[in-house]
Design a protein around this ligand. Structure first.
Ligand SMILES: [Mn+2]
Length: 489
C-alpha cells in the first residue's frame, strides 16, 4: 500500500488532525502549491449514477424497520454501523458493519447511522452517510477518507435509490442528535461519537431493550435470509473441498495452509470468513477455539475444520467436519467419529417446529453419554451421568446455536424466547455435538488422548421438520472417506 501524498508533512495526514478540512485554505499546506491545489479542483467528469436498482432485500429491510417502528412508537431510534478500528498506526482492520445496522438497512458503510424519527403515525427512516468527496475544498485528495484514497462512494441520491431510504450527511448527525428532544434509544457498542452525542438522553436499560428486540427479531429468518444462508453454506462446502484437495501441501507446511485455502474461497465468493477458521489438526482439535492454526498436519491424525463463508450480505455458514488427514479413519478414530455422528443424527431428528429448543441438545448428549458409559470411560447408569452432567468432561459445549448475520446469532435474545423457547419454521441453527479427549486426560486410555471430533451442520426448521442446508458435505464416516478419495484423485 502507498503512503500519504506528502509524508513529510504531518498536517496532511488528516486522520491525525482535528482541523476540519472545510476551514483549510490553499497555501496553508506546505508542499502543496496554490497551482496544484487549483488544478485538483477541476477537470473531473460528473459520474453521478442514475436509475440504480435497489438491493435485493429492500422490501425485507423495510418490513424489519416497520416492525421496529411498531415496537417503539413515539421514540427516536438510532442504529449505528460502527467505525473503522485501528490495527496499527495508520492501518485499519477490514470494516464489518454492525449486524443490527446491516439487518435494518442492507447497507454496510463505515460511520453510517440509521435513524428512525417518530411521527404522528410511525417513524420516518433516514440513513446518515458520508457523501461523495468535495473537489472544491480538497477533501477528495487531502482527506484520509477522501475518495481518492478509499474509493468512490455512493452520492446520497444514489444511496436513496439503492437502499430505499432517504439519505443525509452523517457529519451533521451528532449536532442534530444533541439538539433533539424526546425519548431516544441507541444500539450501543458500535459508535462512540454517536453515543457521546446522546449521552444525557439515553438509559442503559432502554438501550438494552432495543438490542434485545433486534436480536429476537432475527430468530425467524425470512425467505431472503434463508437464501443467503444457503449461499453461505454452498460456498463453505466448496471451501471444504478446496481444503481436501491441498491436504498434501498442508502436510508439507502447517495448518495455516488450510486456513489460507479456505480464506481464498471466502474472499472470492463472499465478503469474508464469518469467524476465525478453526483448522485444528491432531490434539489441537481438543482446543475448542483453536485459531492460531500454526501446528503441523500429520498423516494418521484427524483434522477438525470449523469454518464458514460470510456472504456479501453478511450471512454466515458454520460447518465442522473432522477428517482423516490421510483419507482413512483408524479403528479408534472411526469409533469415536461414529458415536458423534450418531449423536448428531439424534440431534437433527429433534429439530422440528413445536419442539423445545433444548430437545436437540438433550438428544445428542444422551447418545454421547451412552457411548461413554459403554466404553467404560464413566460409570453408569446413563441417567446418573446425564443428571450430574458427567459426560461434559468430554462433550464440553452446547450442541448448537442460532445462525444468521452473526455466527452465534440472536445472542441477546431473552432466555424464554431462545434457550427456553420453542422451534418455529424459519429458525436456522447448528447441530454440532463433539467428543474431545484432551492430550493430558489421565482418566481415559492413552490411545484416546489427543482425539477430538465435532460434526456440525446448519439446519433450517421447516413446516414439517427440518432441512439440512449443509447436506452437500458428507457426514457418515464411509461417505467422508469416499468423498476424500474422489477429491484427492
Ligand atoms: Mn457453531
Amino acid at each position: 500500500m502507498s503512503e500519504e501524498l506528502i509524508p513529510e508533512n504531518p498536517e496532511i495526514s488528516q486522520t491525525e488532525s482535528d482541523e476540519p478540512i472545510k476551514q483549510r485554505k490553499n497555501g496553508l499546506y506546505p508542499g502543496v502549491s496554490d497551482e496544484l491545489a487549483e488544478s485538483m479542483k477541476s477537470g473531473w467528469a460528473d459520474t453521478e449514477l442514475h436509475g440504480l436498482e435497489p438491493i435485493a432485500q429492500a422490501s425485507e429491510t423495510a418490513a424489519r424497520r416497520a416492525a421496529l417502528s411498531a415496537r417503539f412508537p413515539g421514540e427516536r431510534i438510532v442504529v449505528p454501523a460502527g467505525n473503522l478500528k485501528t490495527r496499527s498506526n495508520d492501518t485499519e482492520y477490514a470494516f464489518r458493519a454492525s449486524t443490527e445496522y446491516a439487518y435494518l438497512t442492507g447497507n454496510q458503510t463505515e460511520d453510517g447511522v440509521l435513524v428512525l424519527e417518530p411521527t404522528a403515525t410511525g417513524h420516518n427512516a433516514t440513513i446518515y452517510l458520508l457523501p461523495r468527496s468535495d473537489r472544491e475544498n480538497g477533501e477528495f485528495w487531502l482527506d484520509g477518507q477522501g475518495e481518492l484514497w478509499v474509493g468512490r462512494r455512493h452520492s446520497l441520491t444514489e444511496a436513496e435509490q439503492v437502499y430505499g431510504i432517504p439519505a443525509s450527511d452523517v457529519r451533521e448527525l451528532a449536532g442534530k442528535l444533541a439538539e433533539a428532544t424526546g425519548p431516544v434509544r441507541v444500539v450501543r457498542g458500535h459508535d462512540a461519537g454517536i453515543e457521546a452525542a446522546l449521552a444525557d438522553k439515553v438509559t442503559r436499560e432502554h438501550d438494552e431493550e432495543l438490542r434485545v428486540f433486534l436480536s429476537e427479531a432475527r430468530l425467524v429468518k425470512d425467505a431472503f435470509e434463508v437464501g443467503e444462508l444457503q449461499k453461505a453454506v454452498d460456498s463453505t462446502v466448496r471451501g471444504f473441498e478446496d481444503v481436501v484437495k491441498v491436504l498434501d501441501k498442508a502436510e508439507a507446511t502447517s495448518e495455516r495452509y488450510i486456513e489460507g485455502t479456505f480464506f481464498l474461497r471466502a474472499r472470492v465468493e463472499g465478503n469474508d470468513i464469518g469467524y476465525g477458521s478453526i483448522c485444528a489438526s491432531g490434539p489441537h482439535a481438543c482446543t475448542l477455539h483453536w485459531v492460531r492454526n500454526d501446528g503441523p498436519v500429520r498423516s494418521g491424525d484427524l483434522l477438525l475444520l470449523d469454518a464458514g463463508v460470510e456472504t456479501h450480505s453478511l450471512y454466515t455458514a458454520d460447518i465442522t467436519r473432522t477428517l482423516p488427514v490421510n483419507g482413512r479413519y483408524t479403528e479408534l478414530q472411526k469409533k469415536i467419529y461414529d458415536a458423534v455422528y450418531e449423536a448428531q443424527e439424534a440431534g437433527i431428528a429433534a429439530v422440528k417446529p413445536g419442539a423445545k429448543y433444548r430437545d436437540f441438545h438433550d438428544a445428542a448428549q444422551r447418545v454421547l453419554a451412552e457411548k461413554l458409559v459403554e466404553w467404560g470411560l464413566v460409570e453408569g447408569p446413563v441417567e446418573r451421568v446425564l443428571e450430574l452432567g458427567l459426560q461434559r468432561r468430554w462433550t464440553l459445549h452446547g450442541t448448537g446455536h442460532m445462525l444468521g448475520l452473526d455466527v452465534h446469532d440472536c445472542a441477546v435474545a431473552r432466555t424464554e424466547t431462545y434457550v427456553d423457547g420453542t422451534l418455529e419454521p424459519g429458525m436456522c441453527l447448528t447441530v454440532e455435538p463433539g467428543l474431545y479427549f484432551q492430550a493430558d486426560d489421565l482418566t481415559v486410555p492413552e490411545e484416546y488422548r489427543g482425539i477430538g471430533v465435532r460434526i456440525e451442520d446448519d439446519i433450517l426448521v421447516t413446516e414439517d421438520g427440518n432441512r439440512n442446508l449443509s447436506a452437500g458435505l458428507p457426514r457418515r464416516s464411509d461417505e467422508v472417506e469416499a468423498w476424500m478419495a474422489q477429491l484427492k484423485g
